[in-house]
Design a protein around this ligand. Sequence first.
Ligand SMILES: NC(=O)C1=CN([C@@H]2O[C@H](COP(=O)(O)OP(=O)(O)OC[C@H]3O[C@@H](n4cnc5c(N)ncnc54)[C@H](O)[C@@H]3O)[C@@H](O)[C@H]2O)C=CC1
Ligand SMILES: Nc1nc(O)c(N)c(N[C@@H]2O[C@H](COP(=O)(O)O)[C@@H](O)[C@H]2O)n1
Length: 267
Amino acid sequence: MESNCPPEFLAQILSRYALPTPTARPHVTLTFAQSLDAKIAGAGGRQLVLSGKESMIMTHWMRTLHDGILIGIGTALNDDPQLNARHLPPRATPYALPRPIVVDSLLRLSPNCKLLKNYQNGVGRRPWVICSALENTGSEISHGLTTSRLQRKQALETAGAKVFEISTTDTQLPIPSILQTLRGNGISSVMVEGGAQIISSFMQEDVVDALIVTVAPTMVGEAGIGYGFAGSSPDSVVEFQSLQHVYTGVFGKDSVVAFCTDGTKGG
Ligand SMILES: NC(=O)C1=CN([C@@H]2O[C@H](COP(=O)(O)OP(=O)(O)OC[C@H]3O[C@@H](n4cnc5c(N)ncnc54)[C@H](O)[C@@H]3O)[C@@H](O)[C@H]2O)C=CC1
Ligand SMILES: Nc1nc(O)c(N)c(N[C@@H]2O[C@H](COP(=O)(O)O)[C@@H](O)[C@H]2O)n1
């Protein structure tokens, strides 16, 4: 892969996005890296660097090709990610950075996280935080939250976050409502990077236009974190009939496999 241009398959995937954006949601790319035994993190959620340099660069290219990049609060708290394109070669024209979007029902994100620090320092887009409009979900104590929801919201807004509230009945935010909120606020394409619960939820909703999985030649073991799929049972499989294989390639030590819809799936 040339270091200064996106591989052809990215263009192929993104060409699907040249089709009209669905009215109810942005185009969705779901992507993550996994081991051969389908783990995305180590025991207890320990962050693992599964991707090698080459596939990591590919991931950073993909980041620049989307309006937004979405993660769950589990990933935000665990990894404190930056979600930028720092592995790409420097160039005269700055890369388009995606807007960081954190799905954070209870407003647990730290005002000191790197996403907010980067925004404050002028090296990152303003993070968006999507939370539940519920005042008291009953889960606050179990998460060790001692401040009020309003205090947490104000602390995040003071640090620079833009907070979106979604009407819910529990702490799981409905994926269609999240996507509708993003679409209504100008996001036409979103790259979903995980973690485990978010991957499962997006697969469950059948709203994925492109699925790009990096497979690293490693084994993590049973204690590692995988992503589940509630629709499957021991004697059946769930087929994603709308997803078609478009690419498999080798990036350094890793294999990358991509599936796309034909672009006609709306929502
Ligand atoms: N290898 C890879 O490519 C990646 C690995 N990871 C790993 O994943 C782990 C984090 O995964 P998780 O703990 O599962 O956290 P997560 O990032 O999937 O966030 C899950 C949390 O989001 C909230 N949420 C609200 N609505 C939701 C919905 N509809 N569906 C799912 N979650 C919803 C809930 O509070 C839930 O606990 C970390 O260990 C991280 O290192 C994360 C991203 C990519
Ligand atoms: N593509 C990929 N390969 C891995 O090995 C990973 N662990 C991840 N993790 C995702 O990337 C985020 C970290 O991003 P920054 O390096 O901080 O920009 C992490 O939070 C996961 O979403 N991805």
